[in-house]
Design a protein around this ligand. Sequence first.
Ligand code: COA
Length: 157
Amino acid sequence: MVKTENSVVITKSLGPEFGAILATLHQQCVAHGAWSSNSYQQMMGLHTSSALIAMVDQEPVGFLLSSSTSLESEILMLCVAPKVRRLGIGSKLLLSLVEDLAVQGTCDLLLEVAEDNHEAINLYGKNGFLEVGKRPNYYESPEGKKTSALIMKRIIT
Ligand SMILES: CC(C)(COP(=O)(O)OP(=O)(O)OC[C@H]1O[C@@H](n2cnc3c(N)ncnc32)[C@H](O)[C@@H]1OP(=O)(O)O)[C@@H](O)C(=O)NCCC(=O)NCCS
């Protein structure tokens, strides 16, 4: 499937009923550690959470889940299905969140990313995020391999 960025529709204000869709996409995107449908439903039920889904021909192909207070927002997860990567969909989800946060007057957007996740670090760097901290040995794989997390921040307003 080859699609352009222009055919992507971003759907906002999703409720807990979309938890299963996010969990399915997450499973497609990571080798281990995908969150369950129940976990997504609980997170999406919180008044601090918001989710965006990217749709191509009415098929969900990516999502961004974030959590916000009045001053600060955090990206909890960003996933794009492998078959439609490198087409600008991750960037489009990020931009959509940034536009919403700017309207709400949020100051900072933060995230954590594994220091060996080069595609995500490139994506965030290209979209205005800077590294502001590091959490050593933050993640642990099922095989016991530890990886540090980078903390990245984009100033919104
Ligand atoms: C990271 C991820 C969301 C990127 O989504 P995407 O839709 O492919 O991203 P985009 O097409 O908007 O890419 C924008 C930029 O990111 C960088 N990038 C994306 N994929 C890359 C790759 N495989 N290698 C190197 N850089 C990459 C590039 O700078 C790219 O710009 P370019 O294509 O003009 O060179 C996707 O790879 C993914 O879902 N990964 C698994 C889940 C994950 O790690 N999420 C992040 C958790 S913090």
